[in-house]
Design a protein around this ligand. Structure first.
Ligand SMILES: [Zn+2]
Length: 175
């Protein structure tokens, strides 16, 4: 459903082979996204990884918490910081099922996250290659290495499943 914009990042990534661990961690992020789907939230999930271990998990909980900042990445970052007792996530990677928005990319810069892996591009809100590229805009004092294209279709499938169920229920509601 989403057409991934052809950006430099995307082209770079097409040439890369991801490790088994990369798929394992993105799969864990997809499982978080599924938890959001079960709770009727837009299915986005995230995990923060340090030293090849997941130290924080999160899924979108905007409706449940009635909080526009309750994105998967924000929750996973806070969980990771609490877990290690340090707001600096310098040696950490974050895996997200959807390209981060401006707020989440900002939180990644603030927490000094080293690497970002995301599954699907978000042409409407994506701030790591789509509408902006805050991960590496040359103006901030921190850069985040960005990789995409891991389990993209799986992530898009969850999102389409959610939006088609929303459409169906609103059609029924209007009948
Ligand atoms: Zn966000």
């Amino acid at each position: 459903m989403f057409n991934s914009p052809i950006t430099e990042i995307f082209l770079l990534v097409l040439e890369m082979n991801f490790s088994e661990d990369t798929y394992r961690f993105m799969y864990a992020a997809l499982q978080e996204a599924e938890r959001a789907l079960v709770e009727n939230e837009v299915p986005v999930g995230a995990v923060v990884v340090s030293d090849n271990k997941i130290i924080g998990r999160g899924y979108n909980q905007i409706e449940k918490l009635n909080d526009a900042t309750a994105h998967a990445e924000m929750i996973a970052i806070t969980a990771a910081e609490n877990n290690i007792g340090n707001w600096r996530l310098e040696d950490c990677s974050i895996y997200v099922t959807l390209e981060p928005c401006v707020m989440c990319a900002g939180a990644m810069l603030a927490s000094r996250i080293n690497e970002l892996y995301f599954a699907a591009f978000d042409p409407k809100f994506g701030a790591c290659g789509s509408i902006y590229n805050l991960a590496d805009d040359g103006k901030t004092n921190h850069k985040i290495k960005v990789y995409s294209g891991i389990y993209t279709e799986e992530s898009q499938r969850l999102l389409s499943q959610f939006f088609s169920s929303v459409r169906n229920s609103s059609i029924k509601g209007n009948a």
